[in-house]
Design a protein around this ligand. Structure first.
Ligand code: FAD
Ligand code: AMP
Length: 478
């Protein structure tokens, strides 16, 4: 038997590495096991988020957005930038450098906090033991507590088996070395829209095939509708009610078959990205007698505080129920480390923000107006368009709106949904307001700096009572 730890964390994504650091900060002897092999052939930390998720996708979104601005928006501001070109290989090299910096940084954080990094594949055995295997060698470690943070992997669907460089998942779409002429994206979820946007901005003709009839059903319908209109205006062809049923690779092209209201259809693409969701990753993770139960969808079964069916074994992040988001994984990691260290900790799952990093960004927290109505909650809402914001005009970003959904009786904020430039930054106001149980009036009575995009949130809060200042008022103040 090798070393014994207070806590062994399996997986060093944003769930696992954060849990490990917090546990070590709380004085627990902590190890973190990771098996991800990076581009240079060594084990790297950071999981999906840093290697092939949040960070590389945002590096490409930022670069492609600047390209569009330079081509189309600079002239209006008096900036002459003719013959703007994009060097895709250089954009990719910058993205790889950012990933390398960040993933390498975690090793430094582990060292600074006294976390032991164990390289290899971790397997939970009975009696809170963890076997770590690498290159045919294995060692067994014992722990008082185990935290599973093994994450998720892309879902593959039988109609479109992945084909090297032609039919790819989200990871493959972060590696194109040139802009495809005709790009198909299956799935109008968060990842599909972000990756579709990157390549649309760089000149691809993008078609998004989405099986559902509704667009972004988790977002307030007014915001979702406006987002769909804006993406369409940018040239993305989003086909709803289009279920992909098959594909055929013909040389350098792929013919995709789908069914929609009109019947069988087909369309030819130079590249196809399959973005139909992610599934929990538990391959090789649980020994036969580990006793850790999965739910009916393959997620590790946990209670509200991430305890699995085995006392002392916890699971967090994408491998358990709830939204597949990096910050949700990290918060669960902190909660679990606190609980292990003997502190009281819980999470407010009603106040987890989501962001789609398109341009403009879409961000939301809490209920939509349609959710509230479906639950029989009477609501009042306030919305404010960025078209009426001075800062938005100065920024050349007048598209979108901010909307607040409040309980009609108590005025408590139930949700905030925004489409607009920097919506991902602005949504923190809604999260904090909900964490503190604020009313719409609390935001309305708050002094916002001028001129800022956030003033739209202030005006939306004022609009809940019909008293927005920079918009035709609906009600007379009593
Ligand atoms: P992961 O990040 O998947 O990490 C799990 C780690 O566990 C991996 O490193 C894996 O190698 C390791 N592991 C698994 N099994 C074992 C084992 N047996 N032994 C040792 N190690 C093991 N989320 C956001 O919040 N914002 C975004 O902008 C965003 N953008 C995204 C863009 C893309 C293209 C993708 C694909 C995802 C994006 N996500 C985003 C989702 C986000 O990446 C995930 O929610 C997040 O990474 C989940 O964290 P995790 O720690 O649970 O799992
Ligand atoms: P998300 O889970 O948010 O990443 O979104 C994935 C999207 O892919 C969902 O909106 C699904 O409806 C969609 N989807 C799944 N299978 C298919 C399919 N065969 N054809 C088209 N869209 C699909």
């Amino acid at each position: 038997m090798a070393d014994k730890f207070d806590v062994i964390v399996i997986g060093a994504g944003p769930g696992g590495y954060v849990a490990a650091i917090r546990a070590a900060q709380l004085g627990l002897k902590t190890a973190c096991v990771e098996k991800w092999i990076g581009k240079e052939g060594n084990v790297v930390h950071g999981g999906t988020c840093l290697n092939v998720g949040c960070i590389p996708s945002k590096a490409l979104l930022e670069a492609s957005h600047k390209f569009v601005e330079a081509q189309h928006d600079f002239d209006d501001m008096g900036i002459q930038a003719s013959d703007v070109t994009m060097d895709v290989k250089k954009m990719m090299a910058r993205k790889d450098k950012i990933v390398k910096n960040l993933t390498g940084g975690i090793a430094g954080l582990f060292k600074a906090n006294g976390v032991t990094a164990l390289e290899g594949a971790g397997k939970v055995l009975s009696g809170k033991q963890v076997e770590v295997s690498k290159d045919g060698q294995s060692a067994v470690y014992e722990a008082d507590h185990i935290v599973i943070a093994s994450g998720s992997v892309p879902v593959e669907i039988p109609p479109t088996p992945l084909t090297e460089g032609l039919i790819v998942d989200s990871t493959g779409a972060l590696e194109f070395q040139e802009t495809p002429k005709r790009l198909g994206v299956i799935g109008a979820g968060v990842i599909g829209l972000e990756l579709g946007s990157v390549w649309n901005r760089l000149g691809s003709e993008v078609t998004v095939l989405e099986a559902m009839d509704s667009f972004l059903p988790m977002v307030d319908s007014a915001i979702a509708k406006e987002t769909q209109k804006l993406l369409k205006k940018q040239g993305m062809d989003i086909k709803l009610g289009a279920r992909v049923t098959g594909s055929e690779v013909k040389g350098d092209e792929v013919v995709v078959k789908y069914t929609d209201a009109k019947g069988e259809q087909e369309q030819t693409f130079d590249k196809l990205i399959v973005c139909v969701g992610r599934r929990p990753y538990t391959q090789g993770l649980l020994g036969d007698d580990a006793g850790v139960k999965l739910d009916e969808r393959g997620f590790i079964f946990v209670d509200d505080q991430c305890r699995t069916s085995v006392p002392g074994v916890y699971a967090i992040g994408d491998v358990v129920r709830g939204p597949m988001l990096a910050h949700k994984a990290s918060e669960e990691g902190i909660m679990v480390a606190d609980i292990i260290a003997g502190h009281k900790a819980e999470m407010n799952y009603d106040a987890i923000p989501s962001v789609i990093y398109t341009f403009p960004e879409v961000a939301w927290v809490g209920m939509t107006e349609q959710d509230a109505k479906a639950q029989g909650i009477e609501v009042k809402t306030g919305a404010f368009p960025f078209a009426a914001s001075g800062r938005a005009m100065a920024n050349n970003a007048t598209e979108g709106q901010a909307k607040i959904i409040a309980d009609a009786e108590t005025d408590r904020i139930l949700g905030m949904h925004i489409v607009g430039q920097h919506a991902g930054e602005m949504i923190a106001q809604g999260v904090i307001a909900m964490e503190f149980g604020s009313s719409a009036e609390d935001l309305a009575l708050t002094c916002y700096a001028h001129p800022t995009m956030s003033e739209a949130v202030h005006e939306a809060a004022l609009a809940v009572e019909g008293h927005a200042i920079h918009m035709a008022n609906r009600k007379k103040r009593k």
